[in-house]
Design a protein around this ligand. Sequence first.
Ligand SMILES: CC(C)(COP(=O)(O)OP(=O)(O)OC[C@H]1O[C@@H](n2cnc3c(N)ncnc32)[C@H](O)[C@@H]1OP(=O)(O)O)[C@@H](O)C(=O)NCCC(=O)NCCS
Length: 166
Amino acid sequence: MASGDLQIGQASDADLDGILELQAANQADRGGSLSGSLPRARIAELMRQMPLIVARRGGRIAGFLMTGTKAVAADVPVVGAMLAAYPGGPDAYVYGPICVAAEERGQGLAPAMFAELRRRVPEREGILFIRRDNTASLRAHEKMGMHEVTHFHFDGSEFAVLAYIG
Ligand SMILES: CC(C)(COP(=O)(O)OP(=O)(O)OC[C@H]1O[C@@H](n2cnc3c(N)ncnc32)[C@H](O)[C@@H]1OP(=O)(O)O)[C@@H](O)C(=O)NCCC(=O)NCCS
């Protein structure tokens, strides 16, 4: 476990470097399981529209949870494929990606960031996809009370679509 106090809250521009570092460390080419990488300008745009939740420990980003409106998120091809499979209600938003630093996993950081998101965005439907072979993520999100609504195929992989009401 990393040392230092854990703080969970909404990201600001000062967190962008740490978010990008954690995102880069979790790409497939470094053995990670994130399904792609968003450029800085795109993350900054998402942050202006919907809350981006971060977990900070000792001045570092220990985790992030991004969200986006359907209109903005849909131009990422895999998100477009998810929304074609399950569009959700008119007010629904897209949850993810979520990422917790490897040394911080299994301690409830993901559910803690989700609780903070729900506090800030109550009673709205959230939609997300998880690659079928990402069992840690499926397990984490089922434990958070999300349920599978359908699935889709993209780029040779199967993805589960999960939804919840915040
Ligand atoms: C999925 C993820 C966000 C979960 O975050 P978390 O804070 O570890 O979540 P939790 O503490 O609730 O643990 C969830 C499950 O992860 C697994 N887990 C536990 N310790 C772990 C560790 N050290 N490393 C990996 N997975 C671990 C367990 O199955 C655990 O469930 P359990 O407590 O019932 O055994 C995190 O594993 C992660 O960032 N993974 C890499 C990026 C990713 O896959 N993002 C999701 C894309 S859809």
